[in-house]
Design a protein around this ligand. Structure first.
Ligand SMILES: C[S@@+](CC[C@H](N)C(=O)[O-])C[C@H]1O[C@@H](n2cnc3c(N)ncnc32)[C@H](O)[C@@H]1O
Length: 288
């Protein structure tokens, strides 16, 4: 059935969309920025118009949709422990006037510790965007090994994390708290009081489609719990884990952000590099 739909799409083309209709800033940043970055990193190492791709931690699937509609990706399977992708048909209808989700896309809800290897033929490429900082620490190595086993030998895995935990807004709480490195300077109770007391506007590009489900106060609790569950991974730790899992590093880029001088108290506790490194782009490869 799916293959037939894909073939039909190949012959008749993708459903029409109009990205001038986009009003939601979260949607815009994933439909344009995130998908452009993923495409820029994957295109030199594979032909996305023929590759079968796996997105680990697909969230609402907007980036995957854009990879298909704007970058010609042939087949993307998105997996996530949550089911935000179920909102994609409605969101894409609202934001793009899209009548149906392309047959090139499929999604699956997974349990955090269940291996993916063996469930489908080996993938040509894997990607993961703003997800690995949320994976439970003891699951990082098993998941990386599992993803390696899902890839064809020689295949690539593009992974991005932003913001990294020890960076100025590594708490992921910037939408409520503009004090740089606040999460490293005060205890959890003090931090929660700041979030709970916040009654201003939220930056539109930081409000995902889950906000409507939770409401303003529920969203605060959800985001704070996400903060408490961050695995606090540094870029060096991520690279070391990826190598331990069996990947080689084909390319990497680390970005730095210092919106104001780093507090001396923190420099006494953590390396400056760790405190200023807010983003990592990593292109991993399964050895041939
Ligand atoms: C910040 S969201 C990013 C989602 C999407 N990549 C995006 O850019 O919008 C992090 C995602 O990681 C997912 N996640 C967390 N732990 C996971 C795991 N062990 N396996 C798969 N997905 C996971 C969460 O459910 C969430 O959708």
């Amino acid at each position: 059935m799916r293959r037939l739909a894909q073939l039909r799409e190949k012959l008749l083309g993708l459903p029409a969309f109009d990205d001038s209709r986009i009003t939601d800033e979260w949607f815009r940043s994933h439909f344009h920025y995130a998908s452009d970055v993923v495409a820029q990193w994957l295109s030199p190492v594979m032909d996305v118009s023929t590759a079968r791709l796996l997105q680990f931690g697909c969230g609402d699937g907007i980036t995957d949709l854009a990879l298909v509609l704007r970058h010609g990706a042939a087949a993307i399977h998105g997996v996530d422990v949550r089911q935000e992708y179920a909102k994609l048909p409605r969101i894409a209808q609202e934001q793009l006037g899209l009548q149906r989700i392309p047959a090139a896309l499929s999604f699956q809800t997974i349990t955090p510790s269940a291996p993916l290897a063996g469930q489908a033929p080996l993938y040509d490429g894997i990607m993961s965007w703003s997800t690995f900082e949320h994976v439970q620490r003891d699951q990082l190595l098993p998941i990386l090994k599992d993803l390696l086993a899902c890839l064809k030998p020689g295949g690539h895995f593009f992974l991005q994390i932003e913001p990294l935990f020890y960076s100025a807004f590594g708490s992921h709480l910037r939408r409520y708290d503009s004090v740089a490195w606040h999460h490293l300077l005060v205890d959890e109770d003090a931090l929660w009081k700041v979030i709970a007391a916040y009654d201003g506007e939220l930056s539109p590009d930081e409000v995902d489609f889950g906000f409507a489900d939770f409401g303003p106060e529920g969203y605060k609790r959800f985001v704070f719990k996400e903060y408490q569950e961050l695995n606090r991974l540094t870029a060096d730790e991520l690279v070391a884990l990826a190598k331990e899992a069996g990947f080689t590093v084909a390319r990497e880029e680390r970005r730095h952000y210092e919106p104001e001088p780093v507090p001396e108290a923190l420099l006494a506790q953590y390396p400056r590099e760790v405190l200023t490194n807010n983003e990592i782009f990593l292109l991993l490869q399964r050895p041939v």
